[in-house]
Design a protein around this ligand. Structure first.
Ligand SMILES: Nc1ncnc2c1ncn2[C@@H]1O[C@H](COP(=O)(O)OP(=O)(O)O)[C@@H](O)[C@H]1O
Ligand SMILES: [Mg+2]
Length: 279
């Protein structure tokens, strides 16, 4: 059994002067090495939760444990070393004038000696496949490349957890796939725990587990297969069901006996090719 790296217990949070809770009695654990997707309609509390995990908000009730640290003001710098964030807009994240300066920035801020820094910058850029862009200026990069550099900046600090808040939502399909592939490799090879916040259910379909937030509450938690069985409930929650799931549902409603609603087009195509259907 894996151990939790984050434990969220009965957390409530309200923004100042607000009646409504942005997070209401949220409890769940995140396990070491897991890829957890958090999905939910706009305003469901995803970014509020992300900011809380980064010590920008504190629970009004309940508690959050991250590694050995309880989330409170005196631990926030330790927590930020362990949990790195990648945000939505690739253009707002650059601080350096070149790719390598940008990745070095966080290390410099943490007082890492120069000789170690150079090596870590190179290694981090290698891990995201951007080692050939060391001296490039960020504005010459594609959106996907920029997000990979942002990820390099995070992993250079050697965190245990990486949190992506809609980090692929401004990218084209190719950039999105590049970034997800990079994260997948880090997750598999280095047991980096990944929390990906997304409204893209196709992205969430690849996670180990999905948490659905709705109006500040935890609506449902389960494997992608379990979550996609919610079918029309997901649509009612304002979520976009993947095309392959919709197509599976449509085919079944026409009497085609598919074994399940497939989460990816590849799986659906495979079943369509290999089965002898009776209508
Ligand atoms: N700075 C803020 N002040 C007041 N209310 C906020 C603030 N930021 C977000 N909210 C409210 O908190 C709720 C959750 O927002 P957010 O966490 O940004 O949702 P999501 O990321 O899922 O779209 C929404 O009702 C939103 O209007
Ligand atoms: Mg958000």
């Amino acid at each position: 059994m894996k151990e939790p790296v984050i434990s969220i217990q009965e957390v409530c949070f309200r923004y100042p002067d607000q009646q409504r809770y942005a997070l209401e009695n949220i409890s769940f654990d995140i396990m070491k090495g897991e890829w957890l997707a958090i999905v939910g309609h706009n305003g469901s509390g995803k970014s509020t939760l992300a900011k809380m995990l980064n010590g920008l908000h504190y629970p009004e009730k309940g508690q959050v444990q991250i590694g050995d640290y309880l989330l409170e003001e005196k631990n926030v710098w330790e927590i930020r070393k362990r949990l790195g964030m990648v945000f939505q807009n690739p253009d707002n994240q650059f601080v350096g004038t070149t790719v390598q300066d940008d990745v070095a920035f966080g290390l410099e801020n943490n007082g890492i000696p120069h000789s170690i820094m150079i090596e870590r910058v190179q290694r981090s850029l290698q891990k995201v496949g951007m080692q050939d862009f060391l001296n490039q200026e960020p504005h010459h990069l594609s959106g996907g490349q920029k997000q990979r550099v942002a990820i390099a900046g995070v992993i250079a600090l050697q965190p245990d957890i990486i949190l992506l808040d809609e980090s692929t939502s401004m990218l084209d399909p190719r950039g999105r796939e590049e970034v997800l592939e990079t994260v997948r490799e880090l997750n598999k090879e280095q047991e980096l725990t990944v929390i990906s916040i997304t409204h893209d259910l196709e992205e969430a379909a690849k996670a180990d587990r999905i948490i659905v937030l709705n109006q500040g509450s935890l609506y449902k938690e389960g494997t992608p297969e379990e979550i996609f069985q919610l079918d029309s409930e997901l649509v009612e929650l304002g979520l976009d069901v993947p095309f392959s799931v919709k197509l599976s549902q449509g085919l079944r409603s026409k009497g085609l006996q598919l074994t399940q609603n497939h989460l990816t087009e590849e799986e659906l195509v495979k079943e369509l090719w290999t089965s002898n259907f009776k209508m």
